[in-house]
Design a protein. Structure first.
Length: 413
């Protein structure tokens, strides 16, 4: 860290403070920014002028006068700057082009060629990104960067995906691959932590400083927000909630190699597998007709549909999975004392079948009123939350001035 007395360091700290005041308080006048920041009026004015010149802030007219001339109001140039957000999933690669408010301008999606390995998936990802870049160019907007949500253990020190059981990756370098193709900042993080960040920046999470986002889809993870910041852990691998052991004597093996993990029992795969096993043993269910006799094609979505129609097998499978999830979330509540739990991922399409049973399990096991009163919520952005979170990943870098040099050099496309 540079010495506190260094003028460049102080200017950077002040610039970051003013930019964040404008972002969080927009529209805001220079006088208001001066009062709230405690920075001198001439310095605030110089900083604002530089932010306008850089294309991050714009004047939008006049506010009410409190005596004298009406103040010129400031806001982020949110519709002039775009961000690309990528949800790199095992089923689909979903990309969005969004403005700084996370308003989606354009979407691109294609099926992930999961069996063809890391390099083919990077080629697919690059194609999605290229399409989104061209959309930004067509609209004559500046791109600030690319954010990505990726399933797996992210080693923050080495900036690699150290292990992804869903993709079957070991020590893969996403930035090294895509960074050679695109001349702009690229950031990535664990998908569930990115989801939590999306809710924190743009969604229901704005109401809370301490909450946990539980992602239940192909796998299970937890994005933990403490005091308004994501919990990373020593190497950036915090939140592997799906790999806590729920049944120590279980014969169901997880992709991580252990038996009885929450992910193996209650993820989308776990739900589908439980239904498949019951059907193979001769259980009666409308799922047999839904899958046209091919039991291995039964999915969690099909089980949810059957459960909503009153199918006993499907209902029991979902109820058991929800109980496992509730037991796990109950442990999280006791450990972290969050203000709220947000449950996202593909399994939320089951709706209240899932949420009701999770809440019942938590309440039945709660130690006190405080843990019983923790709201269990659906995500603001549904199945798009990972892509929105990827936009937030870049937006946070912008507000921390980490993109300053890039944006200065690239004032327009």
């Amino acid at each position: 860290m540079m010495p506190v007395g260094n003028s460049k360091y102080i200017l950077r700290v002040n610039k970051k403070k003013i930019l964040n005041l404008i972002y969080n308080g927009q529209p805001i006048s220079r006088a208001e920014a001066t009062k709230k920041s405690g920075i001198s009026a001439p310095t605030v004015s110089r900083i604002v002028d530089s932010l306008i010149k850089e294309g991050l802030v714009q004047e939008i007219g006049t506010g009410k006068s409190t005596g004298g001339r009406c103040p010129r109001m400031l806001k982020m140039a949110d519709t002039e700057n775009y961000i690309i957000g990528i949800d790199l999933g095992t089923t689909n690669i979903y990309g969005i082009l969004a403005d700084l408010n996370a308003k989606i301008i354009y979407e691109e999606k294609r099926p992930t060629k999961l069996g063809e390995g890391f390099y083919k998936i990077m080629d697919q990802t690059a194609e999605v990104i290229e399409t989104l870049i061209n959309q930004a160019k067509d609209r004559n907007k500046r791109l600030c960067g690319i954010g990505m949500a990726v399933a797996g253990l992210i080693n923050k020190q080495r900036n690699i995906v150290e292990f992804s059981p869903n993709f079957h990756w070991h020590d893969v370098d996403i930035i090294g691959n895509l960074g050679k193709r695109f001349d702009m900042p690229i950031f990535f993080d664990n998908v569930t932590r990115v989801m939590a960040l999306g809710e924190l920046c743009y969604g229901v999470g704005k109401q809370y400083q301490d909450f946990i986002f539980v992602n239940i889809g192909y796998g299970i993870g937890a994005g933990i927000i403490l005091n308004g910041s994501p919990l990373l852990g020593a190497n950036g691998m915090a939140g592997e909630f799906g790999h806590i052991t729920i049944e120590k004597d279980s014969k169901i093996q997880c992709d991580c190699g252990n038996f009885g993990c929450l992910e193996a029992l209650a993820s989308g795969r776990g739900i589908a597998r439980a239904a498949q096993n019951a059907l193979e043993k001769g259980a009666d269910s409308i799922l047999a007709k839904m899958c046209k006799g091919n039991i291995q094609t039964v999915s969690a979505e099909m089980v949810a549909t059957a459960a909503k129609k009153g199918d006993a097998l499907a209902w029991n499978v979902f109820q058991q999975a929800a109980e496992y999830i509730g037991i796990g979330i109950f442990s999280l509540i006791n450990l972290f004392n969050p203000e709220a739990i947000i449950i996202g991922g593909g399994v939320i399409q089951a709706g209240e079948i899932l949420f009701d049973n999770v809440r019942k399990t938590i309440n039945a096991r709660s130690l006190n009123r405080s843990s019983r009163g923790v709201p269990v919520l659906a995500p603001t952005f549904g199945l798009k939350v990972a892509a929105i979170g990827a936009v937030a990943l870049v937006m946070n870098k912008l507000l921390d001035l980490e993109l300053e040099d890039f944006l200065t050099k690239n004032k327009s496309l």
